[in-house]
Write a protein that binds this ligand. Sequence first.
Ligand code: ADP
Length: 498
Amino acid sequence: MKGKYLLAIDQGTSSSRTVIYDHAGTVVASAQQEFPQIYPQPGWVEHDPEAIWQSVQAVTADAMRAAKAGPDDITGVGITNQRETTVVWDRKTGDVIHNAIVWQDRRTADRCDELKAAGAEADVTARTGLKLDPYFSATKLAWLLDNVDGARARAEAGELAFGTIDSFLLWRLTGGSVHATDATNASRTLLYNVHSLRWDPDLLALFGIPKSLLPEVRDCAADFGVTDASLFGGEMPLCGVAGDQQAALIGQAGLSPGMTKSTYGTGCFVIANTGTEPLASGNQLLTTIAYQLDGEVTYGLEGSVFVAGSAIQWLRDSLGIIDSAPETEGIAAATGIVDDVVVVPAFAGLGAPYWDPHARGAILGLTRGSGRERIVTATLQSVAYQTHDLIDAMADDGIAPSVIRVDGGMVANDWFLQFLADVLGIPVERPRNIESTVLGAAFLAAYQAGLVDSATAIANLWESDRLYEPALSADRRDALLEGWKRAVLRVRGTNVTI
Ligand code: ADP
């Protein structure tokens, strides 16, 4: 086997990152670069695919330089990516026809409403496990075909290719010789049937998408070609791909049914491994493909909270009552659990299990003596309460994990994790490496390269840092959750501009 390192690319919403690991999973070098966000109109979010591509090339070259690694030192390359973001390019020239439409973009909300009014949602959900929402790729792709001059005719003539960011990167990295995606990314497009495991002809017809646009769907650990020799001085095997939240589950070694991870970055994403049979939620959670290895699909149940770490950014940047995110830990530890003030950070409505786009945020229970300490602490608490609501919805769907593995920037905060365990009533475990997403991409590359030969071998590479056991009395916990529930009821439908 060639090489002593694995190279993992994490193409995220705000930055691109490359991390080089040795075969034991230890970080050898990494590089990161932000790229511009483009907001052409309220509710629209775009990325320049060329800026993404430039950043990926730059961080990969930088990380290789820092590791003093040449292409021959790299055993395999894994890719993880922001999901759902939609790119269309010309198959001959490789030129994109428009900026990428980012997952956060709401421009196709009216189209989704039209389809819902026509009664299409139940069938779409049954086939895809998703909701008819602008979040997913299908209506974004249709928008590009209908709004870029000549695009639909070119698509029908087979001249164009569609991809989520993984496909676009694979195309560019292989010098245009591979047009593929993996099952996790495919499962976020609204075009992929998660039961029959193929692009669904009825969904293609519903959304008006010519089949010739679509990439081939492969396992998460598979042969995705090699990097074009002109890019990094030689060829490197591309052999692992997964969407970011699924990669985080893999990086957390969440590889058996019931295992659950919760990632705390800007938002919070929970995925529970539900095994080889898809589980349809009765609580508005998403059914998704957690991973596909050796042709076998493992399903996941997913829920998201829109505002997690971004509530901490709001304390810092909008209210100006903290100077830095880590400061919240000391403030909360000195203040203790707050039960009179409740912050509901419904800045962009409420996600699962409420799905209320018209809710807006509020601080409830203020008295003359309520200072910044109580607001800061209550904000940390709100992220735990929202996680509780998701886990509660999962339990109602029949998934009751015995421990939650956590990762992402916010889990550096010990006070938050202890409170999270208190509120969930189950232990919360933090791994030694909290960068689970990019580690998941490396694990997939390792699997395909034959460095690890089973899910168990991946699980053995995962290392715990700390376990937080619930320590709050049931009465206290119930009272806190009751206060939260009352506060949520108060903010439902409070968008005063509608
Ligand atoms: P993303 O990948 O979404 O950009 P990260 O995983 O890097 O996010 O996490 C960054 C988020 O975590 C920020 O929103 C920040 O406010 C929050 N954060 C970072 N450190 C702490 C901390 N010690 N306590 C609370 N929140 C934190």
